[in-house]
Design a protein around this ligand. Structure first.
Ligand SMILES: Nc1ncnc2c1ncn2[C@@H]1O[C@H](COP(=O)(O)OP(=O)(O)O)[C@@H](O)[C@H]1O
Ligand SMILES: [Mg+2]
Length: 322
């Protein structure tokens, strides 16, 4: 039996002639039935979402490529606890996960869970990992949009492929991930702008607006200055992921020591002096360098001196970067 709140919102939208609302409710109902393994009913309901059905959006649908070719489907295994995050980011992400998990309660009060997250920050500090961790916490797949497949060379092709990505995403609970979002969400006042780019961005924003709230859309960018103001508005949550400061470096090293069982004995001062300005990705690489050397040396007892040697090598790397 379908959930009464979904049925109610469907009937409400239908009786008011609210096309987009009807479509959203119907999509939620299809996803719900599918979640209950009622595949036959889900298929029957889904027919009313097909093009030509009353409330269907007026997108054109070229035959190729298939929606599966437009996204990479990832089944995330990360959790929020695997990442070192600023407390406010940790907090807001846990809230989103809770709102998604308890969406029935929210809906029974006429509320929707938040489901649009913009992640900003320099490379290697956890944007992609956090998108995965949100998927992992929700136990849903992560669909990463493949721009190489989405961007077409013919007029109108890109917008219509994007449309298909969204249609594909809304068939079930998932995280829809736009990495390097500035590639598509560029400021529309760009001097190289063309009508086509404008159209793509507009249709993208409209698609994000009409996504049902069980699809969590996460966009990541290293270049927030390139993002259109209209893009910013769409995202209920905007989180900054900065590089690690001295405390985070120490925390990360401590976690590595716990995971690997190695004791590096690197004092906070020398870590700060030698690893100043590294990203989390580099920090991970640094620890892997040590781990490899220790394994090959065949003696955990040497971890301390190996760690020092590797730290010196990294120190010159850091100097080269500055
Ligand atoms: N905040 C973080 N906490 C723990 N590990 C991190 C963090 N940020 C990045 N990493 C590690 O660095 C690697 C690269 O990070 P990634 O998420 O791809 O960064 P971005 O998408 O911002 O470029 C990841 O595999 C992850 O293990
Ligand atoms: Mg990334």
């Amino acid at each position: 039996m379908p959930r009464s709140d979904l049925l109610l919102s469907l009937v409400k939208a239908g009786s008011k002639g609210d096309g987009p609302g009807f479509r959203r409710s119907l999509e939620a109902l299809v996803a719900d039935e599918r979640g209950r393994q009622h595949h036959v009913v889900a298929k029957q309901l889904e027919q009313y979402l097909a093009p030509g059905a009353p409330a269907a959006a007026a997108t054109t649908r070229p035959i190729s490529p298939t929606p599966e070719a437009l996204v990479d489907e990832i089944h995330p295994e990360r959790s929020l606890a695997d990442l070192v995050l600023p407390p406010e980011v940790q907090q807001v992400c846990s809230e989103i996960v809770e709102e998604q998990h308890r969406s029935e309660l929210l809906r029974s009060h006429g509320l929707e869970p938040r489901h649009a997250v913009l992640l900003l920050g320099p490379p290697g500090n956890g944007k992609t990992s956090l998108a995965e961790a949100i998927g992992g916490e929700l136990a849903v797949p992560l669909l990463r949009v493949r721009y190489d497949a989405v961007v077409g060379s013919f007029l109108g092709e890109t917008a219509s492929r994007l449309g298909r990505v969204f249609d594909h995403a809304r068939t079930r609970q998932c995280v829809l991930f736009f990495d390097e979002f500035d590639a598509v969400g560029k400021e529309r006042g760009d001097e190289h702008e063309t009508g086509e780019i404008k159209r793509v961005v507009n249709s993208l924003l409209m698609q994000i607006d009409s996504l049902p709230s069980y699809v969590v859309v996460v966009a990541a960018s290293n270049h927030p200055e390139l993002l259109d103001r209209a893009v910013w508005r769409r995202f209920q949550v905007r989180a900054q992921l900065p590089p690690p400061g001295p405390a985070e470096v120490a925390r990360w090293i401590q976690r590595f020591e716990e995971r690997s069982g190695l004791k590096l004995h690197l004092g906070d001062k020398s870590l700060e002096a030698h690893l100043h300005g590294v990203s989390y990705a580099e920090l991970e690489e640094f620890c892997l360098d040590i781990h490899r050397r220790v394994v090959l040396a065949g003696a955990d007892a040497k971890a301390r001196s190996i760690a020092r040697t590797v730290l010196k090598q990294w120190s010159s790397r850091a100097a080269a970067r500055e």
